[in-house]
Design a protein around this ligand. Structure first.
Ligand code: ADP
Length: 407
């Protein structure tokens, strides 16, 4: 390959770039007359009819007024002269943007013998930049709006938090105030019921109704208190070595009158040699009474309730499954069952009252002890609620005590 063909190739590249990048250039002599015009010559105003010898001001009228600067470039006093973003309307009325740069044109001896005018069509780039600026402005406006919204949200959150605290304090105080008179009502009822001969049958029945209602009120008040204590993180658990089977038996005994009243069958089934659990006795009994109580409540007369005790597959937990043949839970209610105050749409079938608090409290208590609580259910066929208690492997005779405070 000789130098001639390389020169030819370079010319080809230059021509390609001029066209592709929308460049054109014009070389003028010291009298500012066009000597050479190359590239996309239509970039120069009316360049199509421009002839060699025309004045630069004919092809680039924007330079009128810059005569002194051009002379300064010619004399070498200015290294370049720039006119950025010159706008021109095309024959079709379209507005286009151009960058114009004027450089000294040197001969082989590095003497300035004219000027080199380079023009580039910047319309696309200009439009892009304009769109970018617009988007940046919109973005910063959005950012400002988001920041303002965040501030509003933070203020609303703080207010909600405060209101929530007021609500919790109110519930807590009200529940406390209700509990004491209720306890005394129940105490006196017990004394009156001890002396059955003093009472007529009607009076005894009245007292039974009063006792049941008071018990219900007491359980609601206790649930409300538990809810606020758990929510505020003030709950304290006393973890000890516990025999879960004994606890289940206690729960069953507590519920026996209701099971008998509904003529239901209770089956208790446990694997042999179940290890001890590490949990809070009172709170675990509360969980079991809630699950067993619900099974009784939401199962019709003559139904069957089966309680199974086993180890979980990984043998780390003691699992209690409370299975009933009751009303079951509809698919659409399943994910709401553990919400406080939620009661499923089918509870009216059972004719049983409730507050929708027990399961929420039971779930929190089970999880606080390190266990889990979940259920499986089929509408009109029955439900099984599972709860697990962490196993305690300490060999010692003495109970292992440990307090756990939710933070
Ligand atoms: P409550 O029984 O006071 O309404 P819970 O928090 O104990 O409150 O239970 C929440 C809801 O879960 C109940 O209202 C009931 O709709 C549903 N539920 C709980 N246990 C059962 C069950 N064994 N069978 C059918 N539904 C149940």
């Amino acid at each position: 390959m000789n130098s001639k063909s390389i020169e030819q190739a370079e010319e080809q590249v230059a021509a390609y770039l001029l066209q592709e990048r929308k460049f054109a250039y014009a070389i003028v002599n010291a009298e500012l007359q066009v000597v050479r015009l190359q590239g996309d010559v239509t970039l120069f105003f009316s360049a199509a009819d421009t002839k060699v010898g025309d004045s630069i001001y004919d092809i680039a009228p924007e330079l009128v007024g810059a005569e002194l600067d051009l002379q300064a470039v010619l004399r070498g006093e200015l290294t370049e002269y720039r006119l950025p973003y010159v706008n021109r309307s095309t024959a079709e009325g379209e507005l286009r943007y151009y960058n114009l740069v004027v450089l000294p044109f040197l001969n082989a001896q590095q003497q300035i013998i004219g000027l080199l005018h380079i023009v580039q069509d910047m319309t696309e780039l200009g439009r892009l930049e304009q769109a970018l600026v617009q988007q940046r402005n919109e973005l910063s406006l959005l950012n400002d709006q988001v920041a303002a919204r965040n501030l509003e949200l933070a203020a609303a959150n703080a207010e909600l938090h405060q209101l929530d605290q007021v609500k919790s304090r109110f519930i807590s105080v009200a529940a406390h105030e209700l509990r004491n008179p209720l306890a005394s009502i129940l105490g006196y009822l017990e004394i009156m019921q001890e002396d059955e001969e003093m009472l007529t049958l009607d009076q005894q029945q009245c007292l039974n109704v009063i006792q049941r209602s008071s018990q219900r009120l007491l359980s609601i008040t206790n649930n409300l208190l538990d809810l606020t204590t758990i929510e505020s993180g003030r709950i304290e658990l006393d973890l000890q070595r516990i025999n879960v089977l004994t606890l289940v038996e206690h729960a069953a005994t507590e519920l026996q009158p209701r099971i008998s009243a509904k003529k239901q069958t209770l089956i208790l089934d446990s694997v042999a040699d179940l290890p001890m659990a590490l949990c809070d006795e009172t709170r675990s009994l509360q969980i079991l009474v809630n699950l067993l109580g619900n099974a009784v409540k939401y199962t019709k007369e003559h139904g069957t309730i089966t309680v199974r005790l086993s180890l979980t597959e990984d043998e780390e937990f003691i699992q209690v499954a409370v299975q009933d043949t009751g009303i079951g839970i509809a698919e659409e209610d399943k994910d709401k069952i553990f919400r406080s105050f939620f009661r499923a749409s089918n509870v009216h079938l059972s004719g049983e009252s409730g507050t929708g608090l027990g399961l929420n409290v039971a779930l929190s208590l089970a999880e606080l002890q390190g266990g889990r609580l979940w259920f499986e259910s089929k509408l009109q066929e029955g439900s099984t609620f599972y709860v697990t208690f962490p196993r305690d492997d300490s060999e010692g005779e003495h109970p292992r005590r440990k307090s756990l405070v939710k933070t």
